[in-house]
Design a protein around this ligand. Structure first.
Ligand code: BES
Ligand code: MN
Length: 457
């Protein structure tokens, strides 16, 4: 079968893919019961399982994991002696944030300016649709030449590690020769990219207590130890003057060896306001792919409206630390904790709670699967060569699978290019990218099977 007919088949399947993605996006599958009812995630998981069954998958199951969320699994046997490929996506999504910030309802897939808008359209429900399109294209053109396992995680965005722990307890379930993670994205639209590294992440909550209760800020202010001021000071100690992350003892001078991230491209992707500078030191790619980065995710303190003239007795912050490849997230968490304790001023009572941790990831880009993908991407994106980039975000399961299956090859691809604005309001997916990346994935599976000696017609 020609590469051309794969592309034609995928093109013909796009209207159905649009309908399916709209159905999947309609579930508000935010895996946080404090924000959305569990039934949304349960219904999304059932939809995924039904779709796999209809696709001929065997052993399809929706199973509970230790963090209380469900993952979906299915297996499609391949020809005798064929390698097994594990396809990953997650069906949970980030919360929509400010509903008024969206130009169309977050859970209604909406066409605008040639893109499809909706929460999870790119991250990562579109990733599951990409896997489906690739498999359907192969089926229509001589068959799927590899054994396929699909695993769909239900709490990736929470960092609560349910599937990671399940996988460790059931090490046979996800064994594969190659793992395709459909949860990253091209360096930019139209430029086919495999992501070779991910940062890990650790999240802590730091709490300051200084007084038995709040006090009048005139009567006591100036001498009474202010817990919010102590918190602000300790949070600020995590940054140098230029904004780089400074955690005592944590290395922060690594350099990114691959693809450059031009500063103007970054400014545009990040939508930095005119006249505002970037923070950190080194090249942009060093900062976002190779070095640690602290972010204050939230602060518990009185909101501005309704604030009274008081000195605060307690204050709390959630802080994340992105941990670059080559560093250990457990060791980084210890250093961060020690730093927060050491830099707490005035003898304030400080407590640091660890709320989530995922290890960084580093793929072996010399593995044969990379050649198969480079050949596939050259065909799916005529005139373009496969790029190998880093990524500053995290997919905690990658580190777990790499630890469980040291022989497996890993390819990270997907639809979350910068224009997708994942995690923000107005997230969207490019239908052209969905189409081309699905073609690339189908051709990859065929090239990969052929490289392992499986006849592919
Ligand atoms: N799909 C993202 C990771 C990603 C980000 C890939 C940007 C490509 C570009 C993933 O779903 C994600 O956001 N993960 C969380 C994990 C965390 C909660 C442990 C993240 O990185 O914040
Ligand atoms: Mn994702």
């Amino acid at each position: 079968m020609s590469d051309h007919s794969i592309a034609e088949t995928v093109a013909g399947l796009m209207p159905r893919a649009r309908t399916e993605l709209a159905e999947l996006v309609a579930f508000a599958s935010v895996a946080d019961p404090a924000q959305f009812p569990r039934s949304e995630c349960e219904a999304a998981a059932r939809w995924c399982a039904d779709t796999l069954r209809a696709e001929g998958f065997q052993d399809v199951s929706v199973f509970g994991t230790p963090d209380g969320t469900e993952s979906v699994y299915g297996y499609l046997p391949g020809p005798q002696g064929a390698p097994t490929v594990l396809l990953y996506a997650h069906y949970d999504v980030q919360p929509p944030l400010d509903p008024d910030g969206w130009d169309s309802p977050p859970f209604e897939l909406t066409d605008r300016d040639g893109r499809w808008y909706g929460r999870g359209a790119a991250d990562c429900k579109g990733g599951f649709i990409m896997h489906l399109l690739a498999l359907r294209a192969l089926k229509a053109n001589g068959g799927v030449p590899v054994g396929v396992k699909v695993i769909l995680e239900g709490s990736e965005e929470q960092g609560t590690g349910g599937l990671e722990r399940y996988a460790e307890e059931h090490p046979d379930l996800l064994t594969a020769d190659t793992v395709v993670i459909g949860d990253t994205g091209n360096f930019r639209t139209g430029l086919p990219t495999v992501t070779a590294t991910l940062r890990g992440m650790t999240v802590v909550r730091v709490r300051m207590d200084t007084l038995a209760g709040n006090l009048h800020s005139g009567q006591f202010g100036g001498a009474a130890p202010d817990a919010l001021a102590a918190l602000i000071r300790v949070l600020d100690s995590l940054r140098a003057e230029d904004g780089s992350t400074t955690v005592d003892g944590l290395t922060a001078d690594q350099e990114w060896e691959g693809l450059a991230y031009p500063e103007d491209a970054f400014r545009e992707d990040a939508k930095v306001l005119d006249g505002v500078g970037l923070i950190g030191s080194g090249a942009v790619a060093d900062r976002v792919w190779a070095r640690p980065a602290v972010t204050v995710l939230g602060i518990d303190c009185p909101p501005v409206v309704g604030a009274t003239p008081s000195v605060q007795a307690s204050a709390r912050a959630a802080v994340s630390l992105r941990v670059p490849p080559g560093q250990d997230a457990v060791a980084a968490t210890k250093l961060l904790t020690a730093h927060l304790e050491k830099h707490t001023p005035w003898g304030a009572r400080v407590s640091v709670e660890h709320v989530g941790l995922g290890q960084p990831f580093l793929a072996d880009t010399g593995s044969p699967a990379y050649t198969a993908m480079a050949d596939a991407m050259r065909v799916a994106y005529p005139g373009q060569e496969m790029q190998v980039s880093g990524e500053g975000g995290s997919i905690p399961l990658c580190g777990t699978l790499a630890g469980l299956y040291p022989e497996a090859e890993f390819l990270l691809i997907g639809l979350s290019e910068p224009a997708a604005q994942i995690h923000a309001v107005n997230e969207s997916v490019s239908p052209e990218e969905l189409e081309r990346m699905s073609v690339a994935e189908a051709l990859f599976l065929r090239n990969y099977a052929a490289s392992k000696g499986v006849p592919t017609g």
